[in-house]
Design a protein around this ligand. Sequence first.
Ligand code: ZN
Length: 459
Amino acid sequence: MKLSFHGADRDVTGSCHLVECAGRRILIDCGMYQGSRELSEENSEPFGFDPAAIDILLLTHAHLDHCGRLPLLAKRGFRGEVVTTAASRELVRMVVLDAAHLQEEDARHGAGHTQRQDAGETATLYSQLDALNSMDRFGRVAAYGQPLELVPGVRVTFLDAGHILGSAGVLLELEEQGTRRRVLLSGDIGNAGRPLLRDPVSVAADVVVMETTYGDRLHKPLADSVAELYKVVTETFARGGNVVIPTFALERAQELLYFLREGQEQGRVPASFQVFLDSPMAISATDIFEHHPECYNTKLAGFFQSGRDPFHLPSLQFTREGAESKAINSITGEAVIMAGAGMCTGGRVRHHLLHNLGRAESSVVFVGYAAQGTLARQIIDGARNVSLFGEEIPVRASIHTIGGFSAHADQAELLAWQSRTNAGTTILVHGEEQTMKTLAAQIHAAHVLMPELNATVEL
Ligand code: ZN
C-alpha cells in the first residue's frame, strides 16, 4: 500500500494524491494549479503517474484546484471511473466546461500567451470537447456517510466537509494481504456553524492527509464578519459609492446573498439597494444549490420546506449576459456588485474594479483566499496603483478583507478536525510552506509530514 503526492504539495493549488492498494490505483482529486500561474507549465507537465493506469478518481469537491485537470487526465488516457457526490457531479461539469471555455477565449485573445505558444504548441490544456468527453468517466454517485466498495480491498465513505455544496472528505478503508489501513483525506475543510451546510466531519484514521490553507491564522467569528459587511455596505452607500465583492462562484456568493437578505429583513442595512450577481457561473451554482437538499443543514432545509427562498432579495438581479453586465458600469452608487473571479485574475470583476477602484466613495470587500501574485493579493497588500486593461488605476476605494466568510477552516478548526482522527501519521498538503510549518508545530501526532511533489509514503 502506497500513497504518493502529485499536486498541492507545499503549495495551495493543484490537489492530486494517489493511493495504490491491492493492485489498484485510486486517485484523489486532479486539480489545476491556479493563481498567477494558471495555464503555466506546471499544469501541462506529466502527472507523475500513468493516467491510463488509474482505476478510480475520487473528487472531493468542484473547485478548480481539485477537479480542473480531469479533462487533461482523460485526454491523456484515463479510462477509469469518477466517483463523487451528486451535487459535485453537476458543479464539476459546470466548472471544467467554464475552464475550457476561458482557456479557448484566452488562446484566441492572446492572454494565455506562454512559451509553449511560442514553440507553436497548443495554448489550451484542453478544449470544451475534451471537457465534455471527460464527463463520460462519471460513474457511481456517493452519498454522504454511506460506504461504497470501489474495488475489492478498497472502500470509500464520503464525509461532510462543510466547504462548498457537495464537498466531502474521503475515508478510504484499504486491505492488502491481511493488512488494513484507514486513510482519511480531508479535501478542503470548511467551518462549523455556517448558514447553509452541515459542519465538517472527521473520523478515526491511521493516516490523515489534510489541507492547511489557513493553518497559521484564526478567523474572526462569523457574526463579527457579518456585522462588518453590514457596516461597509451602510457606510459606502452613505458616501454614494458601490460595494464590489470579488466572489468565488461556489458557496461564497450564496452565503453573501443569504446574509444580505437577512440584513435587510433585520434592518441592519438600508431597506432597498440593488444587488447584482454578475457571474453566469454563480447564477448556475445558485440553481444547482436549490436542487440538492441532501446537502443542506437543518436551518436551510427548514427555509425551503416552508416555501421561502433563502437567497431572495427584492432587488437582486442575475446578470448572465455581457450587455447586462456592462450596464452595471453606469451605476455609481448604492449597489452591491458580486462578480468573479475571486482572486481578480480574470472575469467580470476586473471591469467593476476598473470603474470603482479609483473612487474614494466605493468599497472593495475581499471575502476569500487570495494567492500570492494575484491582483486581489496586490490590492489587499496595499498597492497604491494597479494595472487593469493596460491602464494604471489608483486605489482610492476603501479596501476590506473580511476573513470570517472564508470557506476554509482556520487554525483552531483544522486542529480540532485533526485531533478527532487520532491519526498516528498526519500529512500536510494544500498550504504555503511557512503556514504548514506553523500548523505542524501545533499538531499532536507521532509523525507529521510535509511531502514534496511526487514523494511516496508507504502505508
Ligand atoms: Zn475548495
